[in-house]
Design a protein around this ligand. Structure first.
Ligand code: ADP
Ligand code: MG
Length: 317
């Protein structure tokens, strides 16, 4: 066996559940159910840009897949298959085993098959392509928001960015706050059950990877609308509530990346359904504002514009 084949066989070839032909041939074969569309998305993670190269490999494996599942959640699609293209600087068995465990723990949680990929030597880079199914026409896109829809967000905002700020010595969190925030940064939990449930409830949806303002901004430009948000309503980790007006905290909450929460719009008549859904899923879902007819995105605090106005993360800014 060639070393490359051996590596694939040892770490990445596991039992699959919804394939006709999996790893080992020139291509995998899958069947898509009747009346379903394929939802397809890729997310690439580069060491030094998306994670620290020395981060625990288990967390790198988990996060590589979690961020892709989050894109499926945002579309209302059910993820089923992934391919994994990975560049590795060297073959390190301990690293690979932990990475694969993180990846497959996430795959197991969401019932996803790894069906192929590519392996090469190079600076540590992980690219996953994910494929999922969604009933014809049922996907929740960015462009469907209507004037005066409610704007909702799941979970809490800014925690991943706060952990990063702590690691970069920009802020000092208590040990318990840091542990909580670090989990959000390293082991994000994609909100798949929520995304699937939103098919009949939301008019538009996006997952927050580059910060609330940037990602909500994508919904607003696609839907040709503006929005007014109430900063006092933002769901933030309990340890930071008393410090929520500090500029750095505001920046993490409004523009911090890596939250992987869902932000969605829905008609006001769906409020009770959404509150009930929040209880069923045991997941906070918070009403943070509403869409407007103009094209501005305004954040208010106690009725006045919030002085700090930050934008989301842009790789090429
Ligand atoms: P080819 O040269 O035909 O592209 P490869 O030797 O690259 O084939 O891959 C052999 C098999 O292993 C293929 O089924 C491919 O999809 C799979 N594979 C390669 N790398 C990975 C990986 N990192 N994870 C999962 N499957 C992989
Ligand atoms: Mg190949």
């Amino acid at each position: 066996m060639s070393p490359e084949f051996n590596l694939i066989h040892t770490y990445f070839n596991r039992k699959t559940h919804h394939t006709d032909l999996s790893i080992g041939d020139d291509a995998a074969l899958i069947s898509v159910a009747n009346q379903q569309q394929l939802a397809v998305s890729s997310d690439m993670l580069v060491a030094g840009t998306h994670f620290f190269a020395d981060a625990p490999p288990y967390t790198i494996g988990w996060k590589s897949l979690a961020v892709n599942v989050s894109d499926m959640a945002a579309m209302g699609a059910k993820p089923k298959w992934i391919t994994l293209a990975i560049a590795l600087p060297h073959q390190d068995a301990t690293w690979l085993e932990a990475f694969a465990n993180g990846l497959f723990d996430c795959a197991k949680q969401f019932n996803i098959d790894l069906i192929g990929g590519d392996t090469t030597r190079g600076p540590l880079t992980i690219n996953i392509t994910i494929l999922g199914e969604v009933s014809n026409g049922a996907a929740v896109t960015r462009s469907g928001a209507q004037i005066n829809d409610d704007i909702w967000v799941s979970g809490e905002l800014g925690s991943a960015a706060l952990a990063l700020a702590h690691l970069l010595d920009k802020i000092s969190l208590s040990e318990s706050a840091f542990n909580h925030a670090r989990n959000h940064l390293q082991l994000p939990q994609p909100k798949l059950a929520l995304g699937l449930a939103l098919q009949d409830i939301a008019t538009s949806c996006i997952d927050i990877s580059d910060g609330l303002l940037a990602d909500l901004g994508h919904i607003l430009s696609a839907s040709k609308l503006g929005a007014e948000l109430d900063y006092a309503k933002m769901p933030i980790m309990p340890e930071m509530i008393t410090e929520h007006l500090k500029p750095l905290v505001q920046q993490c909450v409004l523009s911090g990346g890596d939250d992987y929460e869902l932000c969605f719009t829905a008609p006001k008549k769906n409020q009770e359904t959404i509150i009930a859904l929040s209880q069923t899923l045991n997941l906070p879902i918070t009403l943070i504002g509403n869409t407007t007819a103009d094209s501005e995105l305004n954040v208010l605090y106690q009725g006045k514009p919030l002085s700090m106005h930050t934008k989301g993360f842009d790789h090429f800014a």
